[in-house]
Design a protein around this ligand. Sequence first.
Ligand SMILES: *Cc1c(COP(=O)(O)O)cnc(C)c1O
Length: 226
Amino acid sequence: MASVGAHRFAQRLAELRARVDALAAGRDITIVAVTKSFDESHVREAIAAGAVDVGESYAQEVVEKWRRLTEDEQRRARLHFIGRLQTNKVRLVAPFVALWQSIDRPELAERVARHAPDASVLVQVNISGEPQKGGCAPTDVAALIERCSVLGLDVRGLMGVGPAGSRDATRSAFQSLRSLVDRFGLPICSMGMTDDLDIALAEGSTMVRVGSALFGPRPEKPDLRH
Ligand SMILES: *Cc1c(COP(=O)(O)O)cnc(C)c1O
């Protein structure tokens, strides 16, 4: 899929930033530009437009895209890994990841600690109850945070994906994530995507992960033709 063009992208990013700031009631919100399934030209555009935080979901894509970026681009971007991650892929992506947002089980934390000692992580919580969504059960959060700390990982916060259902269901899922973040006294509450970022910001998100509002509809399969 062709990129939307640097100018168009910069405009969309500025519009999103204005909207997020208006909804955030004075809080400082990080926007993660989610480039999963889009080729590296989109990542370049995002970086050129000043989007420092970039989100990816697939290990193989990270490796292929990131090595096509210049060193300068790699330095300027902060890569957030936001997808389900197999333990055997951790080593591959470790050189590129700045924030591991999808730590959802002890084995994954152990592998990250081995290949990226002292890494910054978020514990992903399954706040929707949908089994196909990633994340640990809310009742397992305390133990997983503890395990990460023992391993030397820096737990910066929690991440969650809202349920597919009604706005009320989304709101109560986000409220439960926010109350967990507060209970553990963590700085980052990563919740809210294109369709539910208004609810997420109203419920105390500090970090939204936005793909389609910035880049348009995603190609079905990762676009790595070249
Ligand atoms: C794809 C994805 C996003 C971005 O989704 P949009 O609806 O395109 O904004 C955010 N978070 C996670 C975990 C994702 O997988």
